[in-house]
Design a protein around this ligand. Structure first.
Ligand code: SF4
Ligand code: SF4
Length: 355
């Protein structure tokens, strides 16, 4: 039986909840490489509620520091508005300061991996995710116009650098298939622990809605399906109606049945919580958003001859072997490129633009 912790907290006092999370879900971090992955959708102020609050990240960092890890890395790949601006997004949100020097740009080093060919044959996943012995996911309690809720499972979508997120959106074609693709990404590397910022949550048409709700809890679990089921229930959404939970259960990743989940704390439904439509129409039928997503998938990297030194770093780093230097400048094979934009992140001369 899975267990989900629901512990009262404020941003001024997150520590007791974090302590309790590690008591309930003990991890041996001694000598281990630990990756902490907040939800960094885009650059924004912490009080906008779009990203995991820095107070939560800081409390987890400080707890992990006491547990003797060999290495701590704090990193994420921002969403559609954050390409090439990983550091800036961390700075703007306050997550850089909260990371206490452990921040790393995980968007500049990816490894190509085979994916479900029903969507795309290959994706690139941040190398830092694959290198970590322990991954601790720090999702935010939010709604999402396409997946209805975005919590523990959807937070792993940020393991993909660059515009691959848009590419999979496009390949999926409809909200139901997109939800299935999200689970395919999640299972590339299932995190070991989930600590969710639900002190202030988001309702309405997330994941960047202005409608925030004071919820006043931190949640924790070692199973993402159970955590998302509890989150859905709190929002007034029957978990069994969410296609990504159906898919995750079918794949043996966990159970969304509340009768099979032990709650440590008080589970209550939030009255009159504003949910997006369960069919994902909020984003799927929005022509402007769809055009924007499409525009991201047709971008390709191009080196600026004024800045490029021909060092070859981008060629060596490309997980899809899509770059070569036939003469002086790197050139991209548009058919091979999987739009991860690791080349843009890694270029020491900032010579790569997206065209
Ligand atoms: S990493 Fe930058 S400077 Fe080096 S070859 Fe690539 S584009 Fe040019
Ligand atoms: S050329 Fe394409 S696949 Fe290769 S690193 Fe750049 S964006 Fe990624």
């Amino acid at each position: 039986m899975s267990k989900v912790m629901i512990h009262p907290a404020t941003y001024a006092d997150v520590r007791p909840a974090v302590e309790r999370a590690f008591e309930l879900f003990p991890l041996d971090l001694k000598g281990k490489k630990v990756l902490l992955k907040p939800n960094l959708l885009r650059g924004s102020r912490a009080e906008e509620g779009v990203v995991t609050h820095p107070a939560v990240l800081r409390a987890v960092v400080e707890k992990v520091e006491t547990m003797g890890p060999a290495q701590i890395v704090v990193g994420d790949n921002p969403g559609l508005f954050g390409y090439g601006a990983n550091e800036q997004c961390f700075q703007q949100t306050g997550l850089m300061e909260a990371a206490k020097g452990y921040y790393r740009n995980i968007g500049n080093d990816g490894r190509g991996m085979a994916f479900n060919p029903d969507f795309v044959p290959q994706v690139s996943i941040s190398q830092a995710v694959l290198d970590a012995d322990v991954v601790i996911s720090l999702p935010k309690f939010k709604t999402h116009g396409l997946t209805v809720i975005t919590g523990a499972i959807k937070n792993s979508y940020g393991m993909l650098p660059g515009a691959q997120k848009a590419m999979i959106h496009k390949a999926a074609g409809n909200p139901r298939r997109f939800q299935e693709a999200v689970v395919e990404v999640f299972r590339l590397r299932v995190p070991d622990l989930f600590i969710m910022d639900a002190v202030v949550g988001m309702e309405g048409n997330g994941p960047a809605s202005p409608d925030l709700r004071d919820i006043g809890v931190i949640m924790a679990a070692d199973n993402a399906v159970a955590m998302d089921a509890v989150m859905a229930h709190m929002m007034g959404c029957p978990p069994e109606r969410l296609p990504f939970l159906q898919k995750a259960k079918a794949l043996g990743l966990g159970d969304y049945d509340l009768a099979a989940i032990e709650i440590d704390g008080e589970l209550r439904q939030i009255p009159n919580f504003k949910l997006p439509s369960l069919g994902g129409e909020a984003i799927a039928s929005n022509a402007t958003i769809q055009a924007f997503l499409h525009s991201k998938t047709v971008l390709r990297p191009k080196a600026d001859p004024e800045l490029c030194t021909g060092c070859g770093t981008c060629v060596a780093q490309c997980p899809a072997q899509a770059l070569s230097i036939p003469e002086e400048l790197p050139r991209v094979d548009a058919d091979k490129c999987i739009v991860c934009f690791c080349c843009q992140e890694i270029c020491p001369e900032k010579a790569i633009t997206l065209q």
